[in-house]
Ligand binder design. Sequence first.
Ligand code: ADP
Length: 277
Amino acid sequence: MIQLQNVTYAYQDGTHTDTVLHQINLTVRPGEWVAITGANGSGKSTLSRLFNGLFVPTEGEITVAGHDLQQPSQRDLVKQRVQLVFQNPDAQLVGLTPVEDVAFGLENRGLPRNEIQARIEQVLRQVGLEHKRSADVSTLSGGQKQRLAIASCLALQPDLLIFDEATSMLDPKGRRAVYQIARDLWRQGMTVIWVTQRLDELLEAERVLVMERGEIVFDGAARVLFYESELPETLGWEVPAVIRIGYWLQARKVPLHALPLREEGLEEWLCELTVQT
Ligand code: ADP
């Protein structure tokens, strides 16, 4: 789905050049869920904008869904097939109602009226906003706005969805709803790049990339990241409670089949452990 070879990216400001991504090599396969994390300024957003052709590498090669992004004509094709959901839902909504917002991108592509109607109904149902179809967008909660942004992306039938810190401005309920929608889409076959600074949103990821100063310093499963690498400690992370419990059990050499990684079901897991030991 995505292939980067020795990709470097530099921001140019007059005569000043600031290289913020260094020699990135990366392959993302169709159907993968890839979480990307790292401190502010580590390069996550810049990398995300390379994936959909918004930015062009200063050096190196990038191919997305078979398109060589060095070619301007190919970049336009990729922009349709790769959709980005940004941090601030207000910044990406254009319609006065959910129906208008979803319709906007479809009308721009000149789709027939009945196709537009069918897609609107389908995507609003997918994100659970069918009952808000004609509501004033300004009355929606942050989570509902973000779900609408996802619906408008889905209507364009992308192959790849990138969420760039899409839950960071939401309350816990909105955050969970948006995260669950993304997980459901992934289970149905969508390739998802999930950019986040929230460590609890990494726990279920089969693949996590950790970025530091424009480089990928870790690429592997959440289990390996939290339990077998030194990174959480060296980066001074405040790890989620479930991982702290895992560290505690690990330090005391409690015999276990596997260390805990999910907050869901943790109570039952601990009860069973207490009965066994
Ligand atoms: P992250 O998403 O991890 O916070 P970014 O990709 O936004 O990281 O930023 C990486 C680096 O690029 C930072 O040093 C940031 O200051 C710089 N940067 C981001 N956007 C711009 C820009 N438009 N012009 C110049 N430098 C930028």
